[in-house]
Every structure is written in structure tokens, then in C-alpha cells.
Design a protein around this ligand. Structure first.
Ligand SMILES: [Zn+2]
Length: 162
């Protein structure tokens, strides 16, 4: 099976029966414990697949949140315009016919539309806040580069390929 040296990232073949045994890395000479479960090539690839799936999921969620936010804003604007229109109708009706059942109904509907518009507006605002919060999440600690190699092994691997 293929094995990646954790010290120099050099790739080398290890016999299946060598698992759970100590071997010497042919690239850097470090003595290492080969285990089937960790640091094998398949494990690394699986981790990378998980990472990219997570990134895709996060970006899908962000797109969905932005779409929901625009729908909320459109609904908010439509309801606000309709509420203003109903209040205007009620006012005109009251000028001509006086206070009656029709203007009262108009004002009730306008109040409901205004409430709904306000709900949509606060929903859009909280989505915007959430999106900004995930964008501006600053790292707390400086990244740890101590276990990275200087890349010389990668160059050496390329040498071997030729
Ligand atoms: Zn090594």
C-alpha cells in the first residue's frame, strides 16, 4: 500500500504486512510507525473530499440565504405599497361617504399588510446580518505552519518521476 511520510510528505510503498510496524522513510530516514488507519493516501484523499463537500454545502447555503433575502425584500416592498394604497383608498372613501364598514375593512387589511411587510423586513435584515457574520469571522489564532515541510521532498518526488 502507499504511505505518506508525515515528516517529509514523501510517498513510498509499504508491504501490507508492514502495517502496525516501524519502518524507516526512504526519503528522510525518519523512523515511523506505519498504521493502516492514519496518514495513508486513501485517508488523505477522503479528508479532501469531505472538505470540498463542506465548502460546496456552505456556498449553497449562502446562495439560498441570499435568494431568500431578496424574496423577503420583494414581499416587503409589495406589501408596503399595497398597504399605502389601501390607506389612500380608505381616506378617499371616508372623505366622500364618511366612516363606514368599507374604509374600516381597508384599514384593517392595510394594518395586516404593514405587519407582514415589517416581518419580511426584519427577516431580510437578520439574514443579511448572518451572512456578514460568517463572512467576517476573523481567525483568532495565527495559523500553525510547524508541521509543514519546506517542499524539498516534493521537488525530490518530481525528480524521481523523470
Ligand atoms: Zn520522510
Amino acid at each position: 500500500m502507499q504511505y505518506v511520510c508525515p515528516h517529509c510528505e514523501g510517498i513510498f510503498e509499504v508491504a501490507e504486512e508492514a502495517a502496525e510496524q516501524e519502518v524507516t522513510c526512504p526519503h528522510c530516514g525518519q523512523l515511523l510507525m506505519v498504521s493502516r488507519s492514519e496518514e495513508s493516501v486513501t485517508e488523505t484523499v477522503r479528508q479532501e473530499e469531505l472538505d470540498s463537500a463542506r465548502i460546496q454545502q456552505v456556498s449553497r447555503l449562502r446562495t439560498a440565504a441570499m435568494r431568500t433575502r431578496s424574496y423577503c425584500l420583494i414581499a416587503c416592498g409589495t406589501c408596503a405599497v399595497a398597504a399605502v394604497d389601501l390607506i389612500w383608498r380608505a381616506a378617499r372613501r371616508m372623505v366622500t361617504d364618511g366612516v363606514g364598514r368599507v374604509p374600516a375593512f381597508y384599514l384593517l387589511a392595510a394594518a395586516f399588510l404593514a405587519w407582514f411587510a415589517w416581518r419580511m423586513w426584519s427577516r431580510a435584515k437578520s439574514i443579511a446580518l448572518e451572512l456578514r457574520r460568517t463572512l467576517a469571522a476573523d481567525p483568532v489564532d495565527s495559523p500553525d505552519f510547524s508541521d509543514l515541510s519546506d517542499g524539498s521532498q516534493v521537488a525530490e518526488n518530481l525528480e524521481h518521476l523523470r
